[in-house]
Design a protein around this ligand. Structure first.
Ligand SMILES: [Zn+2]
Length: 510
C-alpha cells in the first residue's frame, strides 16, 4: 500500500514537471534529441556491423547487395516505412577478388604490398617477368613508337616515383577556427549551379582515358601493370579502373603498390638492377543487375497540408574494394539512419515526409542518385518536374567520418538564415560555419542540378585525405565514435528544424 502511494506520488510529481515545463517545444525537442542521441547512440554498433561483417561494397557486387539487405532490415527495425530498393543500373557488372600476390623474386626477394584495381582480370596462373618502366600514357603515339615489340612477357611499372611525404606532416587534422572563418567570409561561390550533364561527359572521357593504352600493352604481350599513388607511409590507394559495365574492357592485371615499394623498383631500374616480378591474381566477373539498388525508406508526413512535401536525406552506400568503406561512406550512412532512429525514438511525428536514400554507384559518377533523380524528377535535359518542387531540401553526407563543422550553401544565400537558426542552439556541438561555397563530387550535385536546395555538410577531414579515402585503411579505426554520435544529433535537429518551418527552403533559381 505504502509503496503504491509513493509510486503514485512520484508519477504526479513527474507529470507536473513536464506539464509546467518552462521549455519551448523547440527546446524540449532538442533536449530529447540530445538525450537519446548521446545516451543511447546506436551509431558505432551499426557501423561495426556494416563494415566488419559486410565489409567492402563495390558497385555491382553481391557484397553490396548483402549489406543493402542488412541496412534495409535495420531501417525497418527502427520503424521506417515504405523501405524498399530501387534499381539504378541494369548493366553494372560485379567483380570479386579470389586471391592475389605480388612478389619481387630477383635479384632478391621482396613481398610487395599491393592491391588490384577494380575490374582487373586474372593472370594466367602464376606468371613472372622483368619490369619495364613506362612514364605515362598521355602521348600514345610516342608510346607506341617506343614500346612496340618490347613488352612481351614484361610487367609494366607505370608512372614516376612519388616524392617522399614528410613525417612531420599531420595525418589527422580538424578545421581550425581560422580556416572556418575564412570559409565563412567568402561572398561568391565558384560554381553557381552544378553542370551535371557536362560533368558526366567529362568523367566518362577521363575514366576511359587509359583504354587505348591498356589494349595496346595487352596486345603487345605485357603480363600486368604496377602503379602507385603518393599516399602516406605504405598506404595503398586502389580505386578504379572505371570499366564497370557489361561489355566494357576487362583490363589486364593492374595493381597499385605502396609508394615505398614503387620507389625501390623505380630506383633499381635506374641502377640497372632490373627486378623480376611474380604475379598471381584470380578474379571473377558476373552480371547480376539485381545487386544494383538504391535503398529508400521514410517517416511519412502527418500534416494535411504539408505531407505531400518532403525532406530528402542521402549518402552513398557503395565503397571501393580494398578497405571496408568505413569513412567513405559507411559512417555517414549510419549517421543518417541513427538520426531517423532518434526522431522515431522520441516520438516525433513530422509534418513533411522525411525520406532517406542510400545511393549505389556514387563512385562511378553518381549512378544511384542520378537514376533516382531521373525517375522521380524528370530527364536530365528537361525542366525539373513538379515533384522536384515538393522537396524542401536535400541533405547529403559524404566528406569522411569527421565532425560536422558547418554547411556549404551551394550558392543558395536564402538558406543562410535558416542554417544560422539551426546551428545557434547547438553551438557547443558544432561551431556551424556557413559558407556560400560549394563542395564538389558527391550526390548533392545531382539534386542541385534539379534546382532542389541541396547541401553537403563541412566535416573535419581527420585522416580522410591523407590515409583512408579509397584506401586499404578505410576501417572503423579511423572513425571517432563521439563525432558520429554528434553528427546524428546535428542531423536529427536539422531535420526537425526544417520540418517545423512553415515554408520550404527557397530555391536559388526562381
Ligand atoms: Zn564518398
Amino acid at each position: 500500500m505504502k509503496l503504491k502511494t509513493s509510486i503514485a506520488l512520484f508519477l504526479i510529481i513527474g507529470f507536473s514537471i513536464n506539464s509546467y515545463s518552462q521549455l519551448t517545444p523547440e527546446e524540449n525537442t532538442l533536449s530529447e534529441i540530445r538525450s537519446e542521441g548521446f545516451n543511447n547512440s546506436e551509431a558505432i554498433n551499426m557501423l561495426s556491423q556494416l563494415t566488419d561483417i559486410y565489409g567492402q561494397r563495390l558497385t555491382g557486387t553481391r557484397e553490396y547487395y548483402k549489406a543493402a539487405n542488412w541496412i534495409s532490415a535495420e531501417m525497418k527495425k527502427i520503424g521506417l516505412q515504405n523501405v524498399h530498393f530501387e534499381n539504378y543500373c541494369s548493366d553494372c557488372r560485379g567483380w570479386t577478388i579470389k586471391t592475389f600476390k605480388v612478389e619481387m623474386v630477383a635479384p632478391n626477394y621482396m613481398n610487395i604490398s599491393a592491391y588490384p584495381l577494380a575490374m582487373s582480370k586474372s593472370t594466367n596462373g602464376i606468371v613472372s617477368g622483368e619490369i619495364i618502366h613506362i612514364k605515362s600514357f598521355a602521348d600514345m603515339n610516342k608510346l607506341q613508337k617506343d614500346f612496340t615489340g618490347k613488352l612481351k612477357g614484361k610487367i609494366i611499372l607505370l608512372g614516376e616515383a612519388p616524392k617522399r611525404k614528410s613525417l612531420l606532416d599531420t595525418i589527422e587534422s580538424r578545421y581550425s577556427d581560422k580556416q572556418l572563418q575564412r570559409m565563412e567570409q567568402k561572398v561568391t561561390a565558384k560554381v553557381k549551379v552544378t553542370p551535371l550533364p557536362e560533368l558526366f561527359e567529362k568523367w566518362e572521357i577521363d575514366d576511359k582515358a587509359s583504354e587505348t593504352f591498356l589494349k595496346f600493352v595487352e596486345v603487345e604481350g605485357a603480363l600486368g601493370i604496377l602503379t602507385t599513388r603518393p599516399m602516406y607511409l605504405g598506404v595503398l590507394h586502389p580505386d578504379g579502373t572505371y570499366y564497370f559495365r557489361e561489355g566494357d574492357l576487362k583490363p589486364l592485371p593492374y595493381f597499385t603498390i605502396m609508394p615505398e615499394h614503387f620507389g625501390r623498383l623505380y630506383r633499381m631500374i635506374k641502377l640497372n638492377a632490373t627486378p623480376t616480378i611474380r604475379l598471381n591474381l584470380q578474379t571473377e566477373f558476373y552480371n547480376e543487375p539485381e545487386n544494383n539498388v538504391n535503398i529508400i525508406g521514410e517517416i511519412p508526413g502527418n500534416d494535411a497540408q504539408l505531407k505531400s512535401e518532403s525532406i530528402l536525406l542521402g549518402a552513398h552506400f557503395d565503397s571501393w574494394h580494398s578497405g571496408a568503406g568505413a569513412t567513405d561512406n559507411g559512417a555517414n550512412c549510419v549517421v543518417l539512419v541513427e538520426a531517423l532512429r532518434i526522431l522515431k525514438q522520441i516520438g516525433y511525428e513530422p509534418k513533411r515526409t522525411i525520406r532517406i536514400g542510400l545511393w549505389g554507384g556514387e563512385e562511378q559518377a553518381f549512378l544511384g542518385s542520378a537514376a533516382y533523380a531521373k525517375k522521380h524528377f524528370g530527364a536530365l535535359n528537361e525542366k525539373p518536374n513538379s515533384a522536384s518542387e515538393k522537396i524542401s531540401a536535400y541533405l547529403n553526407l559524404d566528406n569522411g567520418a569527421g565532425l560536422i563543422r558547418g554547411v556549404y550553401l551551394q550558392n543558395n544565400e536564402f538558406a543562410r538564415p535558416i542554417f544560422k537558426k539551426i546551428f545557434e542552439p547547438i553551438s557547443n556541438i558544432s561551431l556551424g560555419a556557413i559558407t556560400v561555397e560549394n563542395t564538389l563530387s558527391t550526390d548533392h550535385e545531382t539534386f542541385d542540378y534539379y534546382n532542389i536546395p541541396s547541401f553537403q555538410f563541412i566535416q573535419d577531414g581527420l585522416a580522410y585525405n591523407t590515409a583512408t579515402h579509397h584506401t586499404n585503411l578505410d576501417f572503423i579505426e579511423y572513425v571517432h565514435e563521439n563525432d558520429i554520435m554528434k553528427n546524428a544529433v546535428i542531423l536529427a535537429w536539422t531535420i526537425y528544424t526544417l520540418d517545423t518551418m512553415k515554408a520550404k527552403i527557397p530555391r536559388k533559381l526562381n
